[in-house]
Design a protein around this ligand. Structure first.
Ligand SMILES: NC(=O)c1ccc[n+]([C@@H]2O[C@H](COP(=O)([O-])OP(=O)(O)OC[C@H]3O[C@@H](n4cnc5c(N)ncnc54)[C@H](OP(=O)(O)O)[C@@H]3O)[C@@H](O)[C@H]2O)c1
Length: 298
């Protein structure tokens, strides 16, 4: 069960997922939460110094370069944060006999599938962000560290830059929002991902370390961005949601047309999963925007 003795080093504590982890993880350990100003993952020496200074039992890496379109022209920065840094964290975890928990993305796939992706499905990222995240997965796997990498998709929450916040803002300004209806995936609330992470750690670090590997962590069901927008704005009669195609909304980075992750391996291994995304969204819309009592950021 939960052990207050575990020191948990959290990176990216000001991101969508990081904020929720800063609130969820104190239930299962002593959290040292670092935002970018305290630990810049672009600086390899800083990573080593902070990990050795904190001497954590668990490192939870919620930091990432997530600007999917900008990554097309900032290849080196994306790879430094999403590939090199996780590799260094993993090497340090191995050296200290710590466990690394890391997050990856459905964008490692090209979206050609029409059925949910299992962990062993062939990868083929369509954009620099996806390639950099895939390289991060590989660096962790090659490190020999005890590490759990959780691939997830379409992360949203009540704060930060994400689709839900954008839709609510657009709906407040316009009578119509036009949303892509030919990309299919699964929306995942940052808080439910954080709670699942805390539950994994709380059930025992040793046990989790023994189950090192790659897992898909996602809510059930699937949606297009259009369907997700309609679900977000269903109680807003003033705003019409109009379906458009990807071709109508060109972006610098290509996105997979299909990115549904099959989370059954996670459920079989850990004995729980996330509910249907509609139910999770309803809970998110009812919840307070700010997570309760977060760990102080160091
Ligand atoms: N967002 C999605 O839809 C999505 C989908 C699938 C998987 N994921 C994965 O889920 C994880 C969490 O993503 P998220 O949605 O929470 O992203 P996010 O909101 O963009 O948060 C990422 C955090 O990383 C920080 N960061 C960026 N560069 C850094 C650096 N050089 N050093 C230290 N921190 C740095 C950012 O700091 P600043 O606040 O200072 O910029 C930000 O707080 C990531 O691994 C991501 O790849 C996300």
């Amino acid at each position: 069960m939960a052990s207050a003795r575990n020191t948990i080093l959290l990176t990216g504590a000001h991101g969508q997922l990081g904020r929720e982890l800063a609130a969820a993880l104190p239930a299962v350990g002593h959290v040292v939460a670092c935002d970018r100003s305290k630990l810049d993952l672009a600086d390899p020496d800083a990573i080593i110094n902070v990990v050795r200074d904190v001497a954590p039992r668990v490192i939870v890496n919620a930091a990432a370069y997530t600007a999917v379109d900008r990554a097309e022209r900032e290849h080196d920065t994306a790879f430094a944060i999403n590939a090199r840094a996780p590799g260094i964290l993993a090497a340090e975890a191995r050296r200290a006999h710590a466990l690394l928990v890391h997050y990856s993305t459905d964008y490692v796939f090209d979206g050609a599938s029409t059925t949910p992706y299992v962990e062993s499905a062939p990868v083929h990222p369509l954009n620099v962000y996806g390639a950099s995240k895939l390289a991060g997965e590989a660096a962790i796997a090659a490190s020999g560290a005890a590490a759990v990498t959780l691939r997830t998709s379409w992360v949203y929450g009540r704060h930060g830059q994400n689709f839900l916040v954008t839709m609510q803002k657009l709906a407040a300004e316009r009578s119509e929002v036009r949303v892509v209806a030919d990309q299919t995936g699964v929306p995942n609330w940052s808080r439910s991902l954080a709670r699942a992470t805390a539950r994994l750690i709380g059930e025992g670090v040793e046990r989790l370390a023994e189950r090192s590997g790659l897992y898909h962590l996602s809510a059930q069901g699937s949606a297009t961005w259009f369907a997700f927008a309609r679900a977000i704005l269903r109680d807003d009669p003033r705003t019409r949601v109009t379906p458009i195609t990807t071709a109508d909304y060109p972006t610098p980075a290509r996105r997979p047309a299909y990115g549904v992750l099959d989370a059954s391996h996670f459920a079989r291994t850990f004995g729980f999963g996330l509910p249907d995304w509609h139910a999770v969204l309803r809970e998110c819309l009812r919840a307070d925007a700010e997570p309760p009592a977060a760990a102080a950021v160091h």
